[in-house]
Design a binder for this molecule. Structure first.
Ligand SMILES: Nc1ncnc2c1ncn2[C@@H]1O[C@H](COP(=O)(O)OP(=O)(O)OP(=O)(O)O)[C@@H](O)[C@H]1O
Ligand SMILES: [Mg+2]
Length: 476
């Protein structure tokens, strides 16, 4: 059946066009072959289906040269607006649309022109549509903004010119490209050295990736587009990344990126070993100090001259105060190995002194006021000794002929320094103060080890020792 007859038939069946309008459509349909040949394109006539917003293809023609977009007939097909909006736009507005990019109902990207067919009253009764292939446009339009980027990236990455280094050559990561059959197609310089050093393969290209990098086999079996895993091979720790490369929904290859993290893992291990070693040393120091203390205690018990006894006891307490620092470090299970809370430390020293006090007839109340202050062990040892001397002095000298007394150790972290005070409500210092070792040790430690200042104030209300020392990196 020739075009115009079929068009008339379809119009009568499916549209609400009048006979005059149908005649007009038939006239155009009769010229359709000519138009297709002249424009070297597929041409169609669409008319609105009665009672709906859809259209029907009532006539079509392809160029006689045989160059056609479609091999299946379109005639009689219903066309929906969602698929061909420009056709319907032209229908409603009566305007021509020229060279519009369109994706047709059959999923083809085409260059589409639409001209409305009007009756003598100027009403649109159908659409004449021309569709041409646009393969060049398709590729070039898509790529135009990017066209220089792939080239630049390619050059930058793989450096086709021999005399300049490329990114892949200066990368420390091992970069391995494989094709869909898992054959190695490209390795960068660092990957090449790696496989030659570890697996003695000089030319990985063309070999199966599982032969070149045997450890990769389990990763190749994973069906994920991106895999990131850490793997250990003899004498190497590797971070392995696998990325699938797609082209038109098909995996055409994979990129394998390996990063050697052996150094990092070894350093981590070293650190763990070191911190274990440090803890061990702390243990030994603490044990040795406690052994020294035991020896002193033994000596005191074994009977020494009364005047030496006090001195030996002082020394014993000093040794035990230093040991307290290590006890606190060792009690701190997961924390930094070299951090000591000086509040807990002072409590430990204070309790130890009260326990060993020879003045058990006086009931002494100990108070510790302040926030947690962390210091490194070196400073903590100084604090332990200072607190030892000052609490000892209060116990020894402040509550003479008194039934009870109170000692308060205060800590305050200020903007730039730490304030430590040891206060008692005792008798105060006598005018003719004995010169002895205790306060000398205190001054020496504060001035030299802590770079701080020491002041002692005394009245009938008691004695107050004030120590300030700067906060530096040692303080948290
Ligand atoms: N809290 C205090 N209350 C009363 N007097 C004190 C107090 N602290 C110190 N003193 C006086 O200051 C003197 C000097 O103290 P220092 O600690 O230097 O010596 P010590 O306690 O006598 O001997 P050591 O400390 O060497 O065993 C003491 O002998 C004591 O008279
Ligand atoms: Mg003293």
């Amino acid at each position: 059946m020739i075009n115009c007859q079929l068009a008339g038939l379809l119009c009568r069946q499916h549209t609400s066009l009048t006979e005059t309008d149908i005649e007009k459509i038939e006239q155009v349909a009769a010229q359709l072959e000519l138009i297709a040949d002249l424009s070297e394109a597929n041409v169609f006539i669409d008319c609105q289906v009665k009672g709906t917003n859809n259209a029907i293809v009532v006539a079509e023609a392809a160029p006689t040269s045989g160059k056609t977009l479609y091999h299946d007939p379109y005639v009689g097909t219903i066309v929906y607006e969602v698929f061909e909006p420009s056709v319907f736009f032209s229908y409603r507005t009566g305007k021509n649309i020229l060279f519009n990019r369109a994706v047709t109902q059959r999923g083809k990207l085409v260059k589409q022109s639409v001209a409305p067919i009007k009756n003598d009253e100027g009403q649109v009764i159908g659409m004449l549509i021309k569709e041409e292939d646009m393969p060049e446009m398709k590729a070039s339009e898509k790529m135009r903004p990017l066209s220089s980027a792939p080239e630049m990236l390619w050059e930058l990455f793989f450096g086709l010119s021999q005399d300049r280094p490329s990114v892949s050559d200066i990368m420390r990561e091992y970069f391995i490209l494989i094709d869909a059959s898992h054959q190695v197609v490209y390795v960068n310089s660092s990957a090449r050295s790696f496989v030659s050093e570890v697996y003695h393969i000089l030319e990985p290209e063309g070999k199966m990736v599982t032969d070149v990098l045997p450890f990769i086999a389990p990763i190749m079996e994973l069906n994920q587009d991106l895999v990131i895993q850490e793997m250990k091979i003899p004498s190497h720790f590797l971070e392995v990344k696998k990325v699938n490369i797609y082209q038109d929904d098909e995996i055409t290859g994979m990129l394998i990126l390996l990063r050697d993290i052996t150094d990092l893992r070894m350093k981590e291990r070293e650190l763990v070993v070191k911190s274990v070693a440090i803890r061990e040393i702390h243990h030994r120091v603490k044990n040795n100090l406690q052994t020294v203390a035991s020896l002193l205690r033994l000596q005191i018990r074994n009977g020494v001259a009364e005047e030496s006894r006090g001195h030996l006891t002082d020394s014993l307490n000093r040794v035990l105060s230093i040991a307290s620092v290590y006890e606190i470090i060792l009690a701190n299970e997961q924390g930094d190995d070299d951090e000591v809370d000086i509040v807990s430390l002072s409590k430990k020293v204070g309790n130890m002194l009260l326990q060993h006090s020879e003045h058990s007839d006086v009931s002494i109340q100990m108070n510790y006021i302040g926030d947690t202050i962390l210091l490194d062990s070196k400073k903590a040892v100084s604090i332990a000794l200072v607190v030892n001397e000052l609490i000892q002095n209060s116990i020894k000298h402040a509550f003479i002929n008194r039934p009870s007394g109170e000692i308060t150790v205060g800590f305050e972290k200020r903007q730039d320094d730490i304030l430590l005070s040891v206060t008692d409500n005792g008798v105060g210092i006598k005018k003719e103060m004995n010169h002895s070792l205790g306060l000398d040790i205190v001054k020496m430690l504060i001035e030299h080890d802590l770079a701080g200042e020491y002041d002692i104030q005394s009245s009938q209300l008691g004695t107050k020792n004030i120590i300030t020392f700067p906060i530096d990196q040692g303080v948290v």
